[in-house]
Design a binder for this molecule. Sequence first.
Ligand code: PLP
Length: 264
Amino acid sequence: MDRGFIFGDGVYEVIPSYGGYFLRLEQHLNRLDASLASIRLDNPLSRQEWRSVLRHLVGAPPTPDQSVYLQITRGAPPRRDHLCPDGVSPTVFASASPIKPRDPKIATHGVACITRPDIRWQRCEVKSTSLVAAVMMRREAEDAGALETIMHRDGMVTEGAVSNVLVIESDTIMTPPISHLLLPGITRELALLLAEEHGIRYLEEPIPLATLRNADEIWLSSSTREVLPVTRLDGEPVGDGQPGQLWQRMDRLYQAYKEQVRNG
Ligand code: PLP
């Protein structure tokens, strides 16, 4: 009767570790707290307890690159009722799995995306385990020979089914501002931080679908996939159809950041 299973009444995080060191751990745990607060569930573990669970899962450095998936649900009451009775203990689940090295073809050829209306609910900032819309979008992408579906609402880009979207126009990175319509991605935030540190211009502003279609470059960002260049959108080339120069620069910055994490 676990409410994660019955209602999708839970939240989750995916946290990458390199060589046994976690990338942006505090940011991930902060977002977990925010997701839990949104669904009004107390965090069953302290920050220190989370750190020790995560350390236990990936092992002491140096270890292979892994990502930890963690999920907290409201627990398993005796009966199915949308209203959860008091006194139910949350369920905590966490596991580590290897991070696959990126396919080298991605850096040379990029990836394909399709676009679809955003059919999700209006609290997309919550990292909820209710993911059936994302499951449908990923399947549609796969069936169209693409990696990801980029979604739009009222003519504006929101995000990918499992990633954030960044658009490059005239050497400026543009990405939709944080709102309830998208997940505040940790990789998105890191890409903007790296841009700031290295003098690359960026704007957090609404992106019309037409701007996406005419972009010089499009990037996807997520913790396990990092920053990816999109070279085809709905079957049309993005820019010159090759991974862009600014992506190459951002990827170098991102890989260097990861190496710093790996070296503790
Ligand atoms: N947006 C959605 C809907 C996601 O599911 C994810 C990651 O899984 C992201 C964005 C990227 O978030 P992060 O960079 O924190 O992995």
